[in-house]
Design a binder for this molecule. Structure first.
Ligand SMILES: C[S@@+](CC[C@H](N)C(=O)[O-])C[C@H]1O[C@@H](n2cnc3c(N)ncnc32)[C@H](O)[C@@H]1O
Length: 211
């Protein structure tokens, strides 16, 4: 299943940015800024962006985080990371790195990061991978660090909502649906406090969890 999804994203990497731009226009840029602002990303932050894809969140963060901070984007699709790497060249940030890995097995030292982010990807993980990933997030965060997870809210339009649930079911477990409805009980198993904030548009939700 994981290998199939990785190949799917390798293929999708050729169109990913164009499709997101068509779908959301500048809303996704606003959402990324909202995520970074709420997680408190600043100059010296050590930030880890999971399921970074073509690097949308990590590249936006590179505009705020200075050379004494650190930004790492992790993804298991080589295709997506190649796109991210290409886009990063023009920024020339000296402490922005990409790691090819499964997010449930992070090749990173414990208690390293102030902030871990994951945008529009946690709900895709199968339940064992999601649990492993939450454990890894807790492990690599410094005490008092923040995990910020951005997801779509349930669409209001009945047809789009049907497509949304079909997509969730395609990930292979009904539990993905209950996770997407309310992530808080899952996050509370690992984090001391969890809060849910709606994005200004009301179409996305940000889960903020403290280690
Ligand atoms: C919908 S994209 C989101 C990309 C990016 N976060 C954004 O907001 O544009 C999901 C990403 O998660 C990655 N992914 C899915 N499962 C993964 C896993 N188990 N380990 C690492 N990356 C994974 C995919 O390769 C893909 O790039």
């Amino acid at each position: 299943m994981k290998r199939w999804r990785r190949r799917y994203y390798d293929f999708f990497s050729y169109f990913y940015d164009q499709i997101i731009a068509l779908h959301s226009r500048d809303r996704s840029a606003l959402l990324r800024r909202f995520l970074l602002e709420k997680t408190g990303v600043r100059k010296g932050t050590y930030l880890l962006d999971l399921c970074t894809g073509t690097g949308a969140v990590a590249l936006t963060a590179a505009r705020f985080v200075s050379e004494n901070g650190l930004i790492i984007g992790v993804d298991f699709s080589e295709g997506m990371l190649k796109r991210a790497q290409r886009k990063a060249r023009s920024l020339g940030h000296p402490r922005l790195f990409w790691i090819l890995a499964h997010v449930g097995e992070l090749p990173l030292a414990s208690h390293t990061f102030d902030v871990v982010t994951c945008s529009h990807a946690m709900y895709e993980l199968d339940p064992p991978s999601r649990e492993a990933t939450l454990r890894e997030i807790k492990r690599v965060l410094k005490p008092g660090g923040v995990f910020g997870m951005m997801e779509h809210c349930e669409p209001q339009n009945p047809f789009i909502r049907l497509l949304y649930y079909l997509r969730l079911l395609s990930f292979g477990s009904r539990e993905n649906r209950s996770f997407a409805r309310d992530e808080r009980p899952y996050l509370k198993r690992y984090f001391s406090s969890v809060e849910r904030i709606l994005s200004p548009s009301g179409n996305s939700k940000l889960l903020l969890a403290h280690a």
